[in-house]
Design a protein around this ligand. Structure first.
Ligand SMILES: O=C(O)CCC(=O)C(=O)O
Ligand SMILES: [Fe+2]
Length: 190
């Protein structure tokens, strides 16, 4: 079953329509104007610091450079809106075509700070959460232009995953997925 945002997980917040459709279009245009990496099944772009999927880490040596202006603006807004104490300095864009997902994981704890924020673009999809200790599972729909913030227990004690499928059932209706892009903001921990 789907939980309302306030009951999703302790430490999780969902903010609907955190950006406008115009901002969404501008972000997609920006991302598509650069080079996507094909190192995974889904395409990714890294900003600020490169994350090494094999070593499962990001380090000070992996610095790419400052965040591009469009991402820096959003990173600063995450502080202004009270989600982060300091401006996040690492962003990964993930692209999911219908049928693609991300397996259950907790974002690297030694690498990244206590708050993770993920902005959804273009398509809805289901995100599933599982408690590391009890195995309890929960699910939420991530809607385009919504922001998911994971802090505290939601960031540390629960895995999150996106099932690799072509459609989701929302309120009893099967909804086909479209291309989805997410932007995940993190703070390097060093
Ligand atoms: O696509 C998403 O919303 C989540 C991405 C994610 O979990 C990650 O990059 O660690
Ligand atoms: Fe993640």
């Amino acid at each position: 079953m789907y939980f309302p945002a306030r009951d999703l997980l302790p430490g999780a917040s969902v903010i609907p329509d955190w950006i406008t459709p115009q901002q969404e279009a501008a972000l997609i245009a920006f991302l598509d104007a650069g080079e996507w990496s094909g190192e995974l099944k889904r395409r990714v772009r890294h900003f600020g610091y490169r994350y090494d999927y094999r070593a499962r880490s990001a380090t000070v040596e992996s610095r790419i450079g400052p965040l591009p202006e469009v991402l820096q603006g959003l990173a600063e807004r995450l502080v202004a809106d009270g989600f982060f104490l300091a401006v996040p300095d690492q962003v990964i864009a993930n692209e999911y075509l219908p049928g693609q997902g991300i397996s259950a994981h907790v974002d690297c704890e030694p690498c990244f700070g206590d708050v993770i924020a993920s902005l959804s673009l273009l398509s809805a999809c289901e995100m599933r959460f599982a408690n590391l200790e009890s195995g309890e599972t929960r699910a939420s729909m991530l809607l385009p232009r919504s922001l998911l913030v994971l802090a505290g227990p939601a960031r540390r004690d629960w895995t999150h995953a996106i099932p690799a499928r072509r459609s989701d059932v929302i309120d009893g209706l099967r909804v086909m997925r479209q291309r989805r892009v997410s932007l995940t903001f993190r703070s390097m921990r060093f």
